[in-house]
Design a protein around this ligand. Structure first.
Ligand SMILES: NC(=O)c1ccc[n+]([C@@H]2O[C@H](COP(=O)([O-])OP(=O)(O)OC[C@H]3O[C@@H](n4cnc5c(N)ncnc54)[C@H](OP(=O)(O)O)[C@@H]3O)[C@@H](O)[C@H]2O)c1
Length: 226
């Protein structure tokens, strides 16, 4: 394992599932919420015993790999300098019930992870864990080589970082399908056929190959031409 210490920012549904998977995989795990440790201590102790409940700054200072598992509308509450020089997984999506008006959260001219990367400009952002529901992440994690093992799309602009995260995804119980363009993350966002899907690598690759022919793919292509 290239990483030893995993830090998960966001002690909600996804953060707790990922903490459990990371503990099972043998990592040292830290997890933080938006407030004090007291607010999450009991939940973490009960649901993912062994994970260390802490606050963002301590978590970031003591982790080799950070996962952002908070509402997309909240990432700007984290100061970019805190994540300087860190490898960061963006597991976030825009979700209107949680995030409110899309225009207030995202500008229309790029994908959400590109905007996250622009904000955390001194960090390296890799997008993954965002397109499978938390129940499926919990239930479908399997050892490498298990039949019909499910797959996660992994993408980012830094190839070395993408490969490292892909290996991490493998240790967490999923076959990585790797791309090297952060903007390709759009293929996993709400509206895309991949969003919410729980597919093996062959089927996931099929969806990716045919993405341009889907209604969502056509919408994205049309928006790019404008
Ligand atoms: N739910 C899914 O199945 C799923 C699957 C894949 C990806 N995602 C994406 O993953 C992200 C998290 O989703 P979720 O369903 O886990 O949400 P959730 O259950 O609402 O949990 C979000 C967590 O983030 C914490 N948080 C908010 N701002 C924070 C900050 N500045 N620092 C540290 N923690 C902060 C919240 O703490 P407080 O409660 O104290 O505010 C809460 O514990 C979203 O972007 C979502 O789109 C969700």
């Amino acid at each position: 394992m290239q990483f030893k210490k995993i830090g998960i920012i966001g002690a909600g549904k996804v953060g707790i599932v990922l903490a459990g998977l990371a503990l099972q995989a043998g990592y040292e795990v830290r997890i933080s919420g938006s407030g004090s440790v007291k607010k999450i201590d009991l939940t973490i102790d009960t649901l993912v015993p062994g994970a260390i409940a802490t606050e963002n700054a301590d978590l970031i200072a003591n982790s080799d790999l950070i996962i952002l598992a908070i509402p997309l509308s909240r990432y700007k509450n984290i100061a970019p300098k805190l994540l300087k020089n860190k490898l960061v997984i963006d597991a976030m999506n825009y979700w209107w019930e949680t995030d409110g008006n899309r225009e207030e959260v995202l500008s229309p001219d790029s994908t959400s992870s590109e905007q996250v990367q622009n904000y955390f400009k001194d960090s390296t952002i890799v997008k993954t864990f965002n397109h499978m529901g938390y129940h499926n992440l919990q239930d479908e994690a399997k050892p490498q080589g298990a039949p019909n093992r499910k797959s996660l799309f992994v993408t980012g602009d830094n190839p070395q970082a993408v490969d490292q995260v892909a290996e991490f995804v493998n240790t967490m119980g999923f076959d990585p399908v790797v791309h090297y363009h952060l903007e390709d993350g759009i293929m996993t966002e709400p509206g895309s056929p991949l969003f919410g899907a729980s597919l093996n690598a062959t089927d996931l690759n099929d969806v990716i190959e045919n993405f341009a022919d889907t209604d969502f793919g056509k919408q994205i292509a049309a928006a790019k031409k404008k």
